[in-house]
Write a protein that binds this ligand. Structure first.
Ligand SMILES: Cc1ncc(COP(=O)(O)O)c(C=O)c1O
Length: 397
């Protein structure tokens, strides 16, 4: 039996066709494919502008750096982040020179608990970062209400929830800036990569400049010179526009190969999303008999969960030892992962204190009792039945 992994990426003839076309065009730096991917992906998430870059972490980093510039944030600025997320979310805040303040999560959705937010708001709080984890949208109605009341910015971390929706509104459209990862394990992939989306032209321009060393000019020629064309503005000034830098920027660009991959992937999005959704539904049906012991992901009415993974929480008093359970599954070639443990990471214990996690009891419980398995589009119905049989075998013993 082959390993049933937690992630999967499929490359079809369409990806190959676009990548070959990009290669044959001899243009490897950013060009038409990046521009098309940015336009389409951002529009699909309710945004006018998309700035493609080389990771989900950097998509967040440039979001914080752009807001810092526009709103004059300094090192006293506090940013609220859920106590369960991939470490990149809070790292990006720290790398931007801002203060991370964690908020405990909801025990059912595992996302930032809106009822826990206000107790962490101080006069230095400037931003909330809801993370739509595992494919499940956050409660954006309550979060946007709180942000409005306290005049806070919102940066959505959508790395794990491409195309998830609340009603008909896509995640990524509830905030000032939304950040996505397109790393290989993610629903839509460009190998490595990320994209920051916004409806604010000024923020978009700053982010475009930040990914290209802080260049003054963000026209296509200046950001990704092909060595042939000249910036239209360059001749109108005695400064060399391409080599004028207005801010401390980064080198976070991607090229046409990533753009071509991304474009093909979003053209296949329905096929990928439908397969994941169907697999998750089948798994839930197969595992429902064990709900007295295991908490399964559920899709609330009116919400579209996109199941980047299939999280399972071992319930209190179930007498199941997680370590033993996941070892059993791993031995059966079913890959598992812990559910984004964050505050118990060695580096965070060092920064925030050895027992810092105790302040976040829900996250702490999930860190000790949660794990996830895959439900991706590469899995067959046989795989899903095999998982359920093994879970049954373990729980019946
Ligand atoms: C919630 C979340 N945010 C940010 C990231 C960072 O993305 P990347 O690995 O592309 O930097 C990830 C990556 O898995 C993630 O899951």
């Amino acid at each position: 039996m082959n390993k049933i992994g937690v992630g999967y990426a499929s490359v079809t003839e369409l990806e190959k066709k676009y990548v070959m076309d990009a290669l044959e065009s001899q243009r490897l730096s950013q060009g038409k494919y990046v521009a098309l991917f940015e336009k389409k992906f951002s529009a699909m998430h309710g945004n006018k502008y998309g700035v493609m870059n080389n990771s989900g972490t950097n998509a967040l980093h440039i979001a914080f750096e752009a807001l810092k510039e526009v709103d004059n944030w300094d090192e006293s600025t506090e940013v609220l982040v859920p106590a369960i997320t991939f470490i990149a979310t809070s790292n990006a805040v720290i790398h931007s020179g801002l203060k991370v303040v964690f908020v405990d999560v909801d025990p059912i959705t595992y996302n930032m608990n809106p009822n826990e937010i206000e107790k962490h708001i101080t006069r230095n709080t400037k931003c909330i970062v809801p993370v739509h984890a595992f494919g499940m949208p956050c409660d954006m109605r309550k979060i946007t209400e709180i942000a409005k009341k306290h005049n806070l910015r919102i940066v959505e971390d959508c790395a794990e929830s491409h195309f998830a929706k609340i009603g008909e509104k896509p995640i990524g459209s509830f905030s000032d800036i939304s950040a996505f990862s397109t790393y290989v394990a993610h629903t839509i992939t460009t190998g490595v990569g990320g994209i920051s989306c916004t409806n604010d032209v000024h923020l978009a321009e700053i982010m475009r400049s930040l990914v290209a060393h802080g260049r003054a000019c963000t026209c296509e020629v200046c950001v990704a010179s092909d060595g042939k064309n000249v910036c239209p503005k360059r001749m109108k000034t005695d400064l060399d526009r391409r080599f004028t830098f207005e801010r401390l920027g980064f080198s976070y660009r991607v090229g046409e190969l990533e753009g071509a991959l991304g474009l093909a992937q979003i053209e296949r999005k329905d096929e990928i999303m439908n397969a994941r959704h169907k697999n998750a539904e089948i798994l839930t049906e197969l595992l429902t008999p064990y709900e007295d012991k295991l908490q399964l992901p559920r899709e609330p009415e009116g919400v579209t969960h996109t199941y980047m993974m299939y999280p399972i929480l071992i319930k209190k008093d179930s007498c199941i030892e997680r370590k033993d359970f996941i070892q059993f599954l791993e031995k059966a070639n079913i890959e598992t992962r812990p559910m984004l443990p964050l505050l118990n990471q060695p580096i965070y214990k060092k920064i925030f204190g050895e027992h810092f996690e105790d302040n976040y009891p829900v996250a702490k419980f999930i860190n000790s009792n949660g794990f996830y398995i895959g439900c991706h589009h590469g899995m067959t119905e046989e795989d899903l039945k095999y998982i359920a049989e093994n879970i049954n075998a373990y729980l019946s013993n």
